[in-house]
Write a new protein. Structure first.
Lengths: 220, 392
């Protein structure tokens, strides 16, 4: 579409809509572990770190295309490997100052994945400077290759406190919600085009004491 | 947080910006509209100024419709009156009725009958010649100074044919009634107001139309019975009957003529020509927001919401699909536009239907019906004889 009709304001609008869908409606997230090149000891010959040291994990909202595990039979029995695709909004990464690179790791559920490819998958209406999202393709990390704490939700068969996500909090452009700092930026609000929502970020909760279980239905 | 009062140019026209009620409602309208459109859960991509603009438009719409119906009721009374500030604010007044409109309609008939109207007649004369029956009144009719009336300044803008209103082919007599079919004593009785006491008076109770018919009879007899003179007009010629004799040579035949009436130039200064003429210039202003009652304000709120819904739909339908990570998102713009417009149409129809029952003409109908029904009802009411009068 012509630049005549797609100005920065339209780009902001599109980005904000995308953020709203990803963060305030769908609520899927991955935990991204960036490998520290400084802290990891790289082997002199193979130029690879046998043990990888990673930075603190960052929660990233995205859309996840879950793929069933690939099961292979070999002489030792059956081997299950997972692959995954996650679609991450480029604008959100820029807001948070994150660069996702091949070779880094992320977790989704109880599984850790190594990023195989992380290309920019599209531009917004053909404008090269405005990328829409990245498609992160992950391959299950070998056991022992990457060790870190597992963040929920994982699976309801487990008894860990965060195995099931009981609470979902929107962000809606607020710097904070009940979970803490959001890092969320809505461009139209930032530019003063739109005002903040008339009420704060809503939530749905199974643990909340409110009988309605949701700020959407009970604001008391 | 910006409020209506501290925002620069919050509405496009600013017609109500200074009214405290409007300022207060404008801020509340943001919450009302956004909440109704679901902003508590997901974003409503409308700015405050858009909503304020919708509020202003709603008041305009309400005002316009109200004024249309007020004009329906009252235009007839305002016709010809000044269009400017003199009647400013008259949209919320209850004016007295007048008959100016009807009188204006009657003027041409009065003018034709020679008893009024808005256009002067001009008298002139044709000098008769022996044995000449035909005269061109466009060239032969002259004023006392000898100027041709057709070429006079009064017939210059635009120049038109003259119309002969009257030909004085008899001598007007002030006291003709003394010698006519009616007793002369009636004239005296009328002049001295003792008609009921003169010996010649016959005590009949006569209706008014009898007098009118008698007046017509007198006029006709003056013109027909007392003279054998006559004329005929063909084109620009007037033919005199009978043919003038030698004795009439040089005498003058007096005519009273008038020009074709220019509707924008009557014979006197008439400023009402530039007054109210139709719906476009009846001096009805925008209603004052603070004076609108709760019925109107609720309509305005609903209409603002409908406008906002439509507007949100237009915003969301600018793109049919929004690219989101890994997919496309279809926005609900079109359905919002449709439902917003439906709401608007419904609100306007409801308001118009309501107002249709409240034009002054309709109110009279309703009052008449009520009176009729009351009469019917009273027929069934037991009333003791002697205490009431039964009608019908």
């Amino acid at each position: 579409m012509a630049r005549l009709f797609i100005t920065q304001r339209e780009i902001n609008f599109i980005n904000d809509i995308a953020k709203e869908i990803v963060k305030d409606v769908i609520g899927q997230k991955i935990y991204y572990f960036s490998i520290s090149e400084i802290k990891s000891k790289v082997h002199d010959v193979y130029e690879e770190a046998p043990e990888k040291i990673f930075e603190n994990p960052i929660e990233i909202n995205c859309l996840v295309k879950y793929q069933p595990q690939d099961i292979k039979a070999n002489s030792f029995g059956f081997e299950e490997t997972y692959g995954i695709e996650a679609y991450v909004q480029k604008r959100d990464l820029l807001d948070k100052g994150i660069e996702m690179l091949e070779g880094d790791f992320f977790s989704y559920g109880e599984t850790f994945f190594e990023i195989i490819t992380a290309p920019d998958s599209n531009t917004i209406y053909g404008e090269i400077e405005h990328k829409g999202f990245m498609t992160i393709t992950g391959k299950q990390a070998r056991k022992g290759q990457f060790k870190a704490k597992i963040f929920g939700p994982t699976d309801e068969q487990y008894s860990d406190p965060d195995a099931v996500q009981n609470d979902f909090y929107q962000q809606r452009g607020f710097a904070y919600n009940k979970e803490g700092v959001t890092g969320d930026v809505r461009e139209l609000q930032k530019e003063g085009v739109l005002t903040k929502p008339i009420s704060g970020p809503g939530y749905v909760s199974n643990t909340n004491k409110s009988p309605a279980g949701s700020s959407f239905y009970d604001e008391s | 947080m910006s409020t209506f009062a501290n925002t620069t140019n919050p509405t496009p026209f600013g017609s109500f910006n200074d009214e405290s009620g409007f300022q207060s409602d404008a801020d509340k309208m943001i919450v009302f509209v956004k909440r109704k459109l679901g902003d508590d859960i997901l974003s409503v991509e409308l700015t405050k100024k858009q909503i304020w603009s919708n509020l202003e438009e709603s008041v305009f719409e309400y005002s316009s419709i109200l004024n249309q119906y007020q004009a329906k009721s009252q235009l007839v009374n305002f016709l010809g009156y000044p269009t400017g500030s003199v009647l400013s604010g008259s949209e919320q007044k209850f004016p007295r009725e007048n008959l100016e409109y009807l009188a204006r309609f009657a003027e041409p008939y009065a003018s034709e009958a020679g008893i009024g109207g808005s256009y002067n007649m001009i008298s002139g004369s044709i000098t008769l010649k022996a044995n000449q029956q035909d005269y061109d009144f466009l060239t032969d009719l002259k004023d006392t100074a000898g100027n041709v009336i057709y070429d006079s300044a009064e017939n210059s803008n635009p120049k038109t044919k003259l119309r002969i209103s009257e030909v004085f082919h008899f001598s007007p007599q002030a006291a003709y009634r003394f010698f006519d079919t009616t007793s002369a004593i009636n004239y005296l009785n009328n002049e001295f107001s003792f008609e009921s006491f003169t010996p010649e008076t016959i005590f009949y109770v006569l209706p008014v139309f009898e007098d009118i018919l008698r007046a017509g009879q007198l006029d006709l007899s003056n013109r027909v019975r007392r003279s054998n003179y006559s004329y005929k007009v063909i084109g620009t010629n007037i033919r005199i009957f009978p043919q003038p004799t030698m004795q009439a040579d040089g005498r003058k035949l007096w005519l009273r003529v008038r020009m074709y009436s220019d509707p924008l130039n009557p014979s006197y200064q008439d400023d009402t020509l530039y007054g109210v003429s139709n719906l476009s210039n009846i001096p009805f202003g925008v209603l004052q927001y603070d004076k609108i009652n709760s019925i109107g304000k609720q309509w305005i709120r609903q209409y603002t919401l409908a406008l906002s819904r439509e507007q949100l739909g237009l915003v969301r339908s600018k793109f049919s699909n929004i690219p989101i990570p890994g997919s496309d998102l279809q926005l609900d713009g079109n359905s919002l536009v449709t439902s917003g417009r439906e709401d608007k149409t419904k609100l306007i129809e409801e308001l118009k239907t309501m107002l249709e029952t409240m034009t002054y003409d309709k109110l009279i109908e309703i009052s008449a019906l009520r009176a009729e029904n009351m009469q019917k009802q009273l027929k069934f009411s037991p009333m003791p004889n002697g205490w009431s009068v039964f009608m019908g």
